[in-house]
Design a protein around this ligand. Structure first.
Ligand SMILES: NC(=O)C[C@H](N)C(=O)O
Length: 513
């Protein structure tokens, strides 16, 4: 196991070492599908871009800050294109373009120029001296709502179209992107197949949480109400007269027949009767329309819903992906999941993305090895690929984030049975837990964090949980009291991963279900 972990964590840092030790190209890296050079490929080079001194490039981005200088003879722009948190410093002479229309924060610019080494000691290693402004999307600085100053995340919720331009939201987007890519890289590298499980489903897994219902009954009912208002249903009198008309027309046909009228006359009379019958049945059909939700036996009639039964947004793709594991062997899902819990904490999101691997021909130890290797791989990946964004997180949100990534990526996780973990927690005297510790309880977040942060000071895997607090599909251990389940706990978060060995004995699972 240690060998496997070592392999995962070193492989991505090895890659970074290899990249940085190779000779840097002295040509800018032009984007493949847009006519420009990404800012990241200039300023994030190990030499800070110095090797590109004198090279012509085109860049595009949005001005973070801009200022006119030298009594309006030139302007400095800090240009960000989202490819990395850093900005490229851009200098434009007044002779090249009207400076006042470029300097407002948020202005979109697409410019051509030459990269120049900056004097020793300046923060930037290179800057762009613009020779031509190719495009400008101007901004009215009096109205632009995302100024240089920090805005609260709450406030940014109302600026949906502009918030990706803020340091925080763009860093989060890059970090999520990196973690998604790392997730696929990890599982693909280990031969797992990516399976898409349904987002709309009738299954609630093991009752993992409250579900959001997916239904068209409400919009159908609203449409119906509107329609009935515009076009009221027929009254009893309308139906009565339509009935009378059918009767009249029927009598007329009989009359014509008894008079032995010509074929054409009878045919015409029958056609009138058919018409009267059709309009009666239409009226009868419409008279059945009722506003509100369809009901049957005092309950909502889901047979009239879109799927002819109740459907929900998925809380977990596990049960569906298990069916694929029993045909394709090791598989994983990675997609959005939804929980309608009215608990508004950072631990309870209504919508989140979940990775659910299912490993064939494996036991709990394989499961723990996989979880540990995956968490280490992601941590190392962030250190290797998103250090600049993580530094922003450390500065503004979470002082120890990088320290913890280093710890998680490099330290073997402690493994302890639930029973031993409870014993350790029962012996704690220096702290009073809000929730009493005793064998059989579901460990609360305070217990999990105490184990990982105070007792072990590193990630911990707790395994073999009491069967009473775990799902029916987890394998019953020989002690008949615990199941082969495990949770990975990490400092400051608590539970990060949960998993188990599946019960393969049909009689045991049937009894527990
Ligand atoms: N809910 C969990 O965390 C357990 C996980 N679904 C499992 O596979 O065992």
């Amino acid at each position: 196991m240690a060998a496997a972990d070592g392999e995962f964590s070193s492989s991505s840092s090895e890659l970074v070492k290899q990249i940085s030790s190779t000779t840097l190209s002295d040509e800018p890296e032009w984007a493949q599908f847009s006519h420009r050079v990404l800012v990241k490929t200039i300023i994030s080079r190990p030499d800070g871009g110095v090797g590109l001194d004198g090279k012509k490039v085109i860049v595009g981005g949005w001005v973070k800050t801009g200022r006119e200088q030298g009594k309006g003879t030139f302007a400095f722009l800090e240009l960000n294109d989202g490819s990395c948190p850093g900005n490229l410093q851009v200098i434009i002479d007044a002779g090249v373009y009207s400076l006042s229309s470029l300097v407002a924060t948020g202005t979109c610019v697409y410019v051509e120029g030459e990269l120049k080494k900056t004097p020793e000691g300046t923060r930037q290693k290179v800057e762009l001296k613009v020779s031509k402004v190719l495009e400008v999307g101007i901004v009215d600085s009096a109205k632009y709502p995302v100024p240089k100053t920090k805005l609260t995340l709450e406030f940014l919720r109302d600026l949906v179209h502009l918030r990706p331009r803020t340091n925080t939201i763009s860093a989060v987007a890059r970090i999520r992107n990196a973690l998604s890519y790392a997730t696929h890289t990890f599982f693909q590298k280990h031969g797992f197949l990516y399976v898409h499980t349904p987002i709309v489903t009738t299954s609630d897994c093991e009752g993992a949480g409250e579900m959001f219902q997916v239904t068209t009954l409400f919009s159908d009912a609203e449409k119906m109400e509107k329609e009935l208002k515009e076009n009221p249903p027929p009254s009893a009198a309308d139906i009565e007269s339509a009935n009378l008309l059918v009767k009249e027309k029927g009598d007329a046909v009989a009359q014509k027949k008894s008079e032995k009228a010509s074929k054409d006359v009878i045919k015409a009379s029958v056609a009138e009767l058919t018409k009267a019958k059709e309009s009666l049945s239409k009226l009868e059909e419409r008279s059945k329309l009722k506003p509100g939700l369809p009901q049957k036996d005092g309950k909502i009639d889901y047979s009239q819903d879109f799927f002819a039964r109740q459907a929900f947004l998925t809380v977990s793709g596990q049960l569906q992906v298990e069916t694929y594991a029993c045909a394709l062997s090791s598989v994983y899902t990675f997609g959005p999941t939804f929980r309608a819990e009215h608990s508004h904490t950072s631990r309870h999101l209504a919508e989140f993305w979940m990775i659910e691997p299912e490993i064939a021909f494996a036991d709990l130890e394989d499961d723990m090895n996989c979880a540990e290797a995956y968490v280490k791989f992601l941590s190392q990946w962030l250190l290797d690929h998103c250090l600049d964004d993580m530094e922003l997180m450390v500065k503004n949100y979470d002082k120890t984030a990088i320290e913890r990534l280093k710890l998680v990526s490099s330290t073997p996780f402690e493994r302890i049975t639930y029973t031993d973990a409870v014993k350790l927690l029962e012996n704690v005297t220096e702290k009073k837990f809000e929730n009493k510790v005793e064998w059989g309880i579901d460990l609360a977040s305070e217990h999990e964090r105490y184990l990982t942060e105070v007792i072990f000071k590193k990630p911990v895997i707790v395994y073999n949980y009491p069967k009473g607090i775990k799902a029916f599909y987890m394998r019953l251990n020989d002690d008949m009291k615990t199941v082969a389940a495990m949770d990975v706990l990490v400092p400051k978060v608590g539970e990060l991963v949960g998993g188990s060995q599946r019960e393969e004995r049909i009689d045991v699972i049937e009894e527990r279900y």
